[in-house]
Design a protein around this ligand. Sequence first.
Ligand code: ADP
Length: 295
Amino acid sequence: MKNSFRIFTRLGGVRYYAAFGSKDLKIDGVKDVIAVASGKGGVGKSTTAVNLAVALASKCQLKVGLLDADVYGPSVPMMMKIDQKPEVTKDMKMVPIENYGVKCMSMGFLVPSSSPVVWRGPMVMSALRKMSREVDWGNLDILVIDMPPGTGDAQLTTTQTLQLSGALIVSTPQDVALIDARKGITMFSKVQVPILGLVENMSCFICPHCSEPSFIFGKGGTHRTAAEMGLKVIGEIPIEMDIRKGSDDGVPVVISAPDSTVSRAYGEVAVNVVNRLQELAKEQEHPESNSTRFS
Ligand code: ADP
């Protein structure tokens, strides 16, 4: 295998290798792989990825997988209330663990939550390959990847190891988050991954007493950034106690309060993602009308 080397290691009792430089990017049986990313940590990327995955399954009736690629700080075990280890098939593939209609895989299933993952880049890269490719996903319409924050090794590996149909960028409306969101957008453009849109998380706080909105992280910043970069904001999620509580309790708000305003907002994001993927698929069939693919 040209330009490649192999790392042998052990992960959850499964011996595996990662072949760097592989060009075989598609995962068998998986139609679309999308990344949920943010330049900055703490803006609600994992919360968005989890609620989006659940909304795609419950509201759009799709077959959905969720891969927690945040190797250093996996959130999916807690947010999806999963505390068992995956089983391994005869052909040495890990079986994803399903909850709320979504098949999940996370580093957090393999390593105790109290043990930090202290790995250098190549170990992280091989773990990500293992968790995406050597998993018995079955047939999926969409595999949602909760990316690690930032634009480093792990992000690049993910974008180069998997054939991503597109990336969703999550940001708060705050300048310091938007600066990093721009970096994320630029990284995806460089590796030719189309941006599906921006999600403005924590867009405002609506007072439960007087219903007055407070724009804690500023107003209009995400829309301005999107417009400047030729992109669209495809969802706005307010700060809401039920969202935070749902993440901490392991019951995403889309499940615990499916008819709430915020659940409807996640549902809209899901529908917009599906529509954008259909648009991109059409553009691929007719490349002459390909005006938005790498915007
Ligand atoms: P990231 O993945 O970007 O690091 P998380 O999704 O882990 O961020 O979210 C960080 C914290 O903010 C979590 O405690 C989560 O429950 C909370 N949070 C995220 N989005 C919202 C929201 N819209 N409303 C209330 N709390 C939120």
